[in-house]
Design a protein around this ligand. Structure first.
Ligand SMILES: O=C(O)[C@H](O)[C@@H](O)[C@H](O)[C@H](O)COP(=O)(O)O
Length: 232
């Protein structure tokens, strides 16, 4: 798999460089189709990038923003990825974007997944941009080692959509896009920062089971070569 590593001198330079690259892909999609889509990850890494992207000149009213995964908590909960995106990306001009949440106030997480899958199905396939993070356990999205539906989530036989995931390392029950939903994005990015994550990436690339480090599924068999963005 011809993944490409983009190294930056620091996280600020990475945020600006990735925002430029993403804005360019979204602008091309808008010019070609009249619409664009981006699925982003949560966690602590993407905040600077979100702020940089929020300031980019593009017709945000034509962009659908959604999440790669979400903790099963409402948007007013500090653990919510929706809240993170609301506060850091959907600001200024970018507030005009259409946001497609994964969390729904439903009696069960399974019902939320079904509703989110229906909404995601209406977004043009493939997604234009997918921004993945990675934990030092080798998870990406909510594809956690030991996840109760990990094999299903990583299988290309599983239809595009949103499924639930529970795992020891995940905290709350999760909602996650399936591998089939994200692996053919026009621009597929793994955004990681710091030496520990670089070491984790090297371990993932050195071979081994996907069940041990699920990010390997993306690195080894995504249809789209992965653009890896890293800064110390
Ligand atoms: O909901 C989440 O937590 C993310 O989607 C998750 O996959 C994240 O990208 C990694 O856990 C890295 O998180 P950090 O950026 O905080 O290291």
């Amino acid at each position: 798999m011809a993944n490409k590593l983009h190294e930056f001198k620091d996280t600020a330079a990475l945020a600006e460089g990735l925002a430029d690259a993403v804005a360019s892909v979204l602008n091309v999609a808008i010019a070609e189709r009249g619409s664009a889509s981006i699925a982003v990850s949560g966690g602590s890494t993407p905040k600077q990038f979100f702020k940089a992207l929020s300031a980019r000149e593009l017709d945000w009213s034509k962009v659908t923003v959604t999440l790669v995964d979400e903790r099963f908590v409402p948007a007013d909960n500090a653990r919510s990825n929706h809240l993170l995106v609301e506060e850091n990306l959907l600001q200024g001009e970018a507030a005009k974007a259409r946001f497609l949440p994964l969390y729904r106030k439903t009696a069960t997480i399974g019902e939320a997944a079904r509703l989110a899958s229906t909404d995601i199905a209406a977004v043009a396939v493939p997604l234009d941009v997918v921004i993945l993070g990675m934990g030092n356990d080798g998870h990406t999205a909510s594809f956690f080692p030991g996840g109760d539906r990990l094999a299903e989530a990583l299988s290309l036989q599983t239809p595009r959509g949103v499924i639930t995931m529970e795992a020891e390392g995940a905290g709350e029950p999760r909602l996650t896009l399936t591998f089939s939903s994200l692996q053919d994005a026009h621009f597929l990015v793994l955004h990681i920062e710091g030496q520990a994550k670089k070491d984790t990436l090297e371990k993932a690339l050195a071979g081994g089971e996907e069940s041990e480090m699920p990010v390997r599924a993306v690195l080894n068999r995504a249809k789209t070569p992965v653009d890896i963005y890293w800064a110390p």
